[in-house]
Design a protein around this ligand. Structure first.
Ligand SMILES: O=c1nc[nH]c2c1ncn2[C@H]1C[C@H](O)[C@@H](COP(=O)(O)OP(=O)(O)OP(=O)(O)O)O1
Ligand SMILES: [Mg+2]
Length: 202
């Protein structure tokens, strides 16, 4: 596995919530972190049907455009009683044509669970695949999963996306209610990030 010796790393994401979380996780490692937005990069189309496939598209695009190593994050929530939906299409479920509406997307998930008569707890998982890509085309992938359940109504406004309806197993607070420090210890992103640190930084 190739180590990240460069001091500057591009975060290949346009999601403010992810940028905040990954920047916080990277804080102790002394890298200069820039975002795709700092370089004026646009968002490549996420045409793959897997987290890994879309993570690779985003990281390679940013690495090629900037000439720097780039770290992307492709993530989403899979709901068991919905056959794993919305999964890779989590962001698409929030698309309105004029930006994203996650209240709408969370409501759709809950309504579909109700319509299906799904038993409780309504088990689900957040998935995250991080891709570290270099301008020469080499890449490494790191995956993280956290299991939990979808709850209703929405609870908390501290996170982003689907956080207000995700209650991790063994916890009393949703990701939307929880202290961000605590989310950083247990989230899908934190799990994938730990593997990235072990493989590429340490
Ligand atoms: O920790 C999380 N807490 C709540 N919701 C989350 C989380 N992690 C992913 N999610 C949801 C929202 C996000 O919009 C979608 C991923 O879609 P995804 O394409 O990977 O990200 P994105 O389009 O928002 O940003 P970008 O592609 O520029 O990195 O799943
Ligand atoms: Mg995206």
């Amino acid at each position: 596995m190739r180590k990240l010796t460069d001091t500057t790393l591009v975060l290949a994401s346009h999601n403010a919530g992810k940028l905040r979380e990954i920047s916080a996780l990277l804080e102790p490692f002394g890298k200069t972190v820039k975002s795709a937005g700092d370089f004026g990069l646009d968002e490549p189309e996420e045409t793959e049907d897997s987290f890994a496939g879309n993570a690779r598209i985003k990281a390679h695009y940013a690495a090629k455009k900037t000439g720097l190593p780039a770290l992307s994050d492709d993530s989403g929530i899979t709901v068991d009683a919905l056959g794993g939906a919305p999964g890779v299409y989590t962001a698409d479920w929030a698309e309105t044509g004029q930006g994203r509406d996650f209240v709408m997307a969370m409501t759709r998930v809950w309504n579909e669970l109700e319509a299906a008569g799904a038993p409780t707890p309504r088990s689900a998982a957040f998935h995250c695949t991080l891709c570290l890509a270099w301008p020469d085309g080499h890449d490494e992938l790191f995956e993280g999963i956290v299991r939990g359940q979808v709850v209703w109504p929405m609870r908390g406004d501290r996170g982003f996306g689907f956080d207000p309806v995700f209650l991790p197993d063994g916890e009393r607070e949703t990701f939307g209610e929880m202290d961000p420090e605590m989310k950083h210890r247990m989230s899908h992103r934190a799990m994938a990030f730990g593997k990235f640190v072990a493989g590429s930084l340490d």
